[in-house]
Design a protein around this ligand. Structure first.
Ligand code: SF4
Length: 144
């Protein structure tokens, strides 16, 4: 199982925002450059994380991104679960759909396996992801 690029970008942003200093002005563009992802991908991650209440995006000259209190307290499992969604792990409903889907036991087993994967991340906090040595690496990131 592999995370979507969207989830990965979102988690990179959450980690970088978790080590931001008070008053640090972090724009979407700066975050994209720091984390080596295209601006458009970062803008989509910012929009989604804002909708989820994990990131606050303030507009204007003194605007910027910051992690909300909820974002700081969120478990990695809850973030990944919401970003990845509940899509089948295999192409059960593809076009053409799989002929086994009406009675497939593998489909249910894969769903359970995915839930076990998410559950194992429920005990991981954002705060724990930015403990040393990750904190120094994240703090030293610079745009450009
Ligand atoms: S075999 Fe089962 S899990 Fe695989 S695509 Fe078909 S219905 Fe889905």
């Amino acid at each position: 199982m592999r995370l979507t690029a969207f989830t990965d970008v979102s988690l990179r942003l959450v980690m970088r925002l978790a080590v931001a200093e008070d008053g640090e002005l972090l724009t979407t563009r700066a975050a994209a450059e720091m984390l080596s992802v295209p601006y458009t991908h970062m803008a989509k991650a910012v929009a989604r994380l804002s909708d989820m209440g994990l990131v606050e995006a303030r507009r204007g000259r003194n605007g910027g991104l910051r992690l909300s209190g909820r974002g700081r307290r969120a478990s990695v499992g809850s973030i990944v679960r919401e970003l990845e969604g509940g899509e089948d792990l295999a192409g059960c409903e593809d076009d053409p759909p799989c002929p086994l889907r009406a009675a497939c036991r593998l489909r249910g087993a894969l769903r359970e396996a995915r839930e076990a994967f998410y559950s194992s991340l429920d005990g991981v906090t954002v705060e724990s992801l930015v403990a040393q040595p990750a904190r120094d690496t994240l703090t030293l990131l610079r745009p450009g």
